[in-house]
Design a binder for this molecule. Structure first.
Ligand code: PRP
Ligand code: HPA
Length: 175
């Protein structure tokens, strides 16, 4: 919707040279601090998915948790945390990936997604697509169906969507 785009445009701020020189980091904290920010974003994320049989929302650490958890509440779905390596206590599945700035591993509890589950994956920013690719692969390895991968903001110049050509991608805004 126009509203949510305007909000993202106004309240996501550019931080130059974070976390390393040459990267312009999109900082969502002003959006979160806006009284209508989180509610407007969560409304826009869940609206197209009402009635689509979402069983689980998978949120990517850390900022995907902020949007994914309230989306799960609104959809009457469970929540699955997809975490950085070493944070989950029980048996995990893992996928490694490259970031715009470095490399990382994302993990999911091996029993978090039962085969046939319909899963919405949520994150804040789509950059190179490595994180989203790893998340989708984890859920599919567990036998889940990725109904959609939804993000607030796509950094179009990094072409992350090319790595997610086999996924229904929803972005609320693109820069
Ligand atoms: C950021 C962002 C996405 C990911 C996007 O998280 O929140 O999860 O990178 O990048 P990609 O499309 O190139 O994979 P980050 O790894 O900085 O973790 P954090 O949220 O824990 O700070
Ligand atoms: N902002 C937030 N997360 C990110 C970014 C960014 O600019 N690039 C990669 N992940």
């Amino acid at each position: 919707t126009a509203d949510v785009k305007t909000l993202i445009d106004r309240y996501v701020r550019d931080v130059p040279d974070y976390p390393q020189p040459g990267v312009v980091f999109k900082d969502i904290t002003p959006l979160l601090a806006h009284p209508a920010g989180l509610a407007t974003v969560v409304d826009a994320l869940v609206e197209p998915l009402q009635g689509r049989g979402i069983d689980l929302v998978a949120g990517l650490e850390a900022r995907g948790f902020i949007f994914g958890a309230p989306a799960a509440v609104r959809l009457g779905a469970g929540f699955v945390p997809l975490r950085k390596a070493g944070k989950l206590p029980a048996q995990t599945l893992a996928e490694s990936y490259d970031l715009e700035y470095g490399t990382a591993t994302v993990e999911m509890h091996a029993d978090a997604v039962t085969p046939g589950s319909r899963v919405l994956v949520v994150d804040d920013v789509l950059a190179t697509g490595g994180t989203g690719r790893a998340a989708v692969d984890l859920i599919r390895r567990a036998g889940g169906t990725v109904v959609e991968f939804s993000v607030l903001l796509e950094l179009g110049f990094l072409k992350g969507r090319e790595r997610l050509a086999d996924v229904d991608l929803r972005v609320l805004a693109t820069v």
